[in-house]
Structure formats: C-alpha cells, structure tokens
Design a binder for this molecule. Structure first.
Ligand code: NOJ
Length: 577
C-alpha cells in the first residue's frame, strides 16, 4: 500500500518554508490514514486474547447471593457464568474479594491471600477460575496495590516502634506533616494515606527523594523493593491458583512525587511488573485505574480506563455523576448542547499515543460513578450510547446490570464508604419477583436496597423480548466478534464530527468488511453528508436512512452500515447476528 510514512515526522524547524504547507497537509492525511489502518499486532508483548476481549465487571456483593445472607458471593458468580458468556463477554473483572473490614467496600485489604468469608473461600475462588476457564472465560481480580487496611498485619507490625521487617512498608512522617494520619500503634510518627484515613499508603518509594525530607527514599532502596516483592508475591499467589490478571486500583499512586521525574520511576515500576508477567504468565492481563492511557499504557499496562477523573474525554460523552456533574453538557444528552469535538479531540490524542502499545477502555459504567441510566436517559438513549461504546476501538467493559438498563440513584445509603456510589451498587435484577432473584434473604437484609420501581428492568423479562436492551447488547457484541474491523485493534476514522453538530459518524476498517457507525443522541432529527456512505448497506438501525451520501437520522437513533469497498452482501448477511 502507498505509504506516507516519511511525512509523519513533525515538521522540522529549518524546513523550507514553501514545503511547510504541503508537509502539514501530508501530516494530516497521514494521521487519518494511520487512524483508519488496522493495527495487526502490538509493538510489545500483550496477551493476544485481548484483541477480541469484552469484559464484564461483577460487583461481587451485589451480583448473586447463594447463601441467603443478602450479600453476593463467589458461588453466585459461578452460577451466572453462562449468562455472562451469553452476552458475548470473554472475561470478568471482580472488585476486591479479599478479607477486609469493608470500610471502603473491600478496597481496604486485611489479608491479600484470603477470600473474605462473606464471599466464600479460596477453594471457591479456585472453582470459579476453573468453571470460567471451562467456558472460555477469563477471571480478573482487583489488585489494591497502593494501600491496605489499618487492620492488615503488615500495617500493624509497621506501626510498632520496635524495628521489624514491615517497618519500611508504609510512609511514616512527622506528625506535623500536612495530611498525615495518626494511628493506634506505638510508633511516634504519622502515616500517609491513599484515600480514606484507614487506607495507609504502601511505600514503593519517592521519585527523586529530597534530602531535607528524611522520610523520602528511593524506589531502589531495599525497603522499597521489599514492598514491590510483597505485591509480586500476592499476584503470584492468585495467578498460580488460576487468576488471569489484575485491574490495579489507583495505579498511578504507587510512586510518590511522580511529577518530579516526569513519571520515570512509576514507569520503571510498572514495566518491571509487566515484564515479569510476560515472562512468567504471558496470558495475564494488567489493567490500570489511571484514566490517562498516554501515561498508563507506555508504563506497562495492557489496558487503561478512560473514566470520571484525569483525562476528560469520557466525561464529555456521559457526564458520569460523582456527587456533581463532570460535564453538564455531555454529548449523550437529548437536549443537544453537547459537542462531539470535546470528546474526540482528547480521545484522538490518547488513541494516537497508545494504539501500537495497548488498549483504551471506555466502560458502560463502574462502581464509582453513575450508571448511564441517569440524567433522564431511558433504554432508547442507552441503545444509542451502547452503539458507540461497543463499536469503538479498545476493550469494551460492561458494568453488571447496565446491559438491562439498571438505574442509578444519587441519594442511596452510603454503605461501606459509598458516598454517592451506593446508587450504582444496587442488587442485580435477575427477574420480576419481589427480591429480583438476587437472594433468598428478606429484601430488608439486602446489601443495599433494590430499585423500588415495580417495573424495574430485569434479565428474565428482557430475555424474551427480541428488541430488549439486553438482546440489543448481545447483537452489538456479536457483530463486533464477527467482524475484525470492529474488533479492539481495528482502524478508526471520524467521518462527520463537527463542533456542536450532530450526528457523529465514523468508520471502522481493517477486516474484509468496513463499517460506518452513526449516532444521534439528540431529541431532534439530524442530517449530514458523508461521501463514504454512498452504496452502504444498513446492518443495524432504528430508522436512519441513506440516500446517496445523505444521511437522515430520526431523534435518538443509531445506525451501523456495512460500507465495504466491494460490498459483499452475502458475507454481510452471513456474518451479522
Ligand atoms: C478506586 C476504587 O475504584 C474505589 O472504589 C476506591 O474507593 C478507591 N480507589 C480507593 O481504593
């Protein structure tokens, strides 16, 4: 294929002036060509299965309860593996299931190598890995690598004034240090926390330690390395039992003072773990909660989430609620005040910086912010949102219950440190019974109250409705799996993305068939001209039409067109769900 590669370098300062314009034009063409070209493999080792991965997030306490205590458990997850598989998912990620006092719903780990009794036993975890693998599903655990509970024996030893092997595991500072936290041990210093006051930060070292702060020590200090090895040992324990990788909590928090060295020490730390995984567990995945893929992926992660903090593209799409708006005018809003450029300009920068190295994940939701079924959105709005989320490059994640349109409740009980988050952690709605099929416990004993609406969405009723949100999600995922252009590395090229205008139209390329995806989230009909649509054939739409290159989209609509250069209708019919 014709290559513009030599023009891809940034124009040099001494470039002949009259070549400047041509060069920038070529650069722009090159950018578009690069974006639309499929990446066939990554420039560094990463598990091959990620290319087609779709991951389901299970919030374990709210998913399925088999022992009648009102809290979900691992046996419940096992019981629902076939359901997860039926969505087209290839892996699950579980929030922390380790022994914990549950001040922060399990993100305060007391014992990294023990399953919390409320979820079951280590043997249940082994059975979960086995049962998932039998079905071709992988299981990803949550690694709370940055901090522990104050009840963790590492911390309790470290908090003693007598020196011991754990003395250097945490960051101890003079009590006069701002933000430091007092404790009940005999040690005279205070500790530095990572999140809540009961979550002391593990101490992997400081970037460029400052001599005037005697507590600052290098990431290469033997004490820092001892912490690094302790966490590696935790990973090894679960990987050897059958676990397939980790989502890492607050992944950028491990090295303190990272701004001093431009993140070099943090990159060294994660590259060390990533290299070790590649050598010893090449199928294991490392996913970061960082929300800055341009930093996280080069640092060593296979996948980074774009979510409610740090880099803003996701916030411009959905306005994930975190007790306040993250963008009061998101793109996915019927009033049409959103602007796709706010999303796209930031997204393209991150995508361009990472697409040879790893994957961006834009989840439907998660346990820290509002579900997409909020801000007045109904199931029709969700279909438009999911059309985009399940046809973009990168790895799609479904937060449990989003596939049926479960609602978010901003004023829900603040259980286990939930703050605004209780409303996105409600029990899964499996059927239309009073307890929604989540548990045999009285509903008053449920971990959190159920959605009180008698018509709340549920899996059983949507199973039987061909046009339900649940079946729509299945169709989209099946289309993705059947067509390499739509997979996680397929090419991506915006075709119509105008400031403050609708719809948003883009092309996915690289496989035998190319696709054009169109979304109009607004409450009014929208039209636009897209040359590449000429001759395209709709494979999934709720009313969009094409005449020549003119696209007309009704209010709240989506469309996926097959726009293969040599349109092969029989292949399209064969492959579409
Ligand atoms: C991010 C987790 O997603 C969140 O739920 C938790 O409270 C904090 N990290 C602290 O671990």
């Amino acid at each position: 294929m014709f290559s513009l590669a030599p023009f891809c370098e940034e124009p040099k300062k001494k470039a002949v002036k009259k070549l400047g314009f041509l060069r920038s034009l070529a650069f722009a063409v090159c950018l578009i060509q690069n974006l639309s070209a499929e990446v066939t493999s990554l420039d560094r080792p990463s598990p091959a299965w990620l290319r087609d991965a779709v991951i389901y997030q299970v919030y374990p306490q709210s998913f399925c309860d088999t022992d009648g205590d009102g809290i979900g458990d691992l046996r419940g997850v096992i019981a629902k593996l076939d359901y997860i598989k039926s969505l087209g998912c290839t892996a699950i990620w579980l929030n922390p299931v380790f022994d914990s006092p549950f001040g922060d719903a399990g993100y305060d780990v007391r014992d990294y190598k023990k399953i919390a009794p409320r979820y079951g036993t280590n043997e249940d975890a082994r059975r979960l890995f086995e049962a998932a693998h039998q079905r071709g599903l992988r299981v990803i655990f949550d690694l709370v690598a940055g901090h522990t509970s104050v009840q963790n024996p590492w911390f309790m030893e470290s908090a003693k004034s007598e020196s011991n092997v754990y003395s250097g595991f945490y960051l101890w500072v003079p009590p006069s240090e701002p933000g430091s936290v007092a404790h009940e041990g005999s040690r005279p210093e205070n500790f530095i926390k990572n999140f809540f006051d009961f979550q002391p930060a593990l101490y992997y070292g400081y970037a460029k330690p400052v001599a005037s702060n005697p507590w600052e020590r290098s990431p290469n200090d033997p004490q820092s390395l001892a912490v690094r090895e302790a966490m590696r040992d935790v990973m090894k324990y679960w990987l050897d039992l059958g676990c397939d990788g980790f989502r890492v909590d607050m992944a950028s928090s491990l090295i303190k003072g990272s701004d001093r060295d431009g993140g070099a020490a943090l990159r060294e730390l994660w590259s060390d773990y990533h290299g070790w995984l590649n050598r010893n567990y090449p199928e294991a995945v490392l996913i970061s909660e960082w929300s800055n893929p341009a930093e996280a992926i080069p640092a060593g992660f296979d996948i980074d989430f774009l979510i409610h903090f740090n880099e803003p593209p996701y916030q411009h799409l959905l306005d994930p609620w975190i007790g306040k708006d993250t963008d009061p005018n998101p793109f996915f809003d019927r009033d049409g005040h959103g602007d796709i450029r706010e999303f796209l300009d930031g997204y393209l920068k991150l995508y361009q910086a990472t697409r040879q190295l790893g994957y961006i994940a834009m989840p439907t939701g998660n346990h820290d912010f509002s579900r997409p079924r909020f801000h007045g959105r109904d199931e029709n709005d969700l279909k438009v949102i999911y059309t985009l989320l399940f046809t973009m490059p990168g790895v799609p994640f479904i937060y449990y219950g989003d596939e049926i349109g479960m609602r978010y409740f901003p004023d829900w009980p603040k259980k286990e440190g939930a703050m605004w988050r209780g409303g996105c952690r409600t029990p899964m709605q499996w059927d239309g019974s009073p307890g929604a099929g989540f548990s045999t416990a009285p509903v008053t004993n449920y971990y959190l109250p159920l959605d009180p609406d008698p018509h709340r969405p549920n899996v059983a009723s949507q199973e039987g409705e061909p046009d339900s949100l649940l079946n729509f999600v299945r169709r989209l995922i099946a289309l993705r799996h059947a067509n390499p252009s739509l997979d996680n590395l397929g090419g991506f090229e915006p075709l119509y993305a105008e400031q403050n205008k609708f719809p948003f139209v883009y092309r996915r390329t690289g496989g035998p068939q190319d696709f054009i995806i169109c979304v109009n989230p607004t409450g009014t009909a929208q039209t636009c001209e897209v040359k590449a649509l000429r001759g395209a054939h709709p494979v999934l739409t709720n009313g969009a039409t094409r005449e020549g290159s003119k696209l007309t989209m009704p209010p709240v609509s989506y469309a996926v067109f097959d726009c293969s250069p040599e349109l092969n209708l029989s292949a399209s019919i064969h492959k579409s769900p």
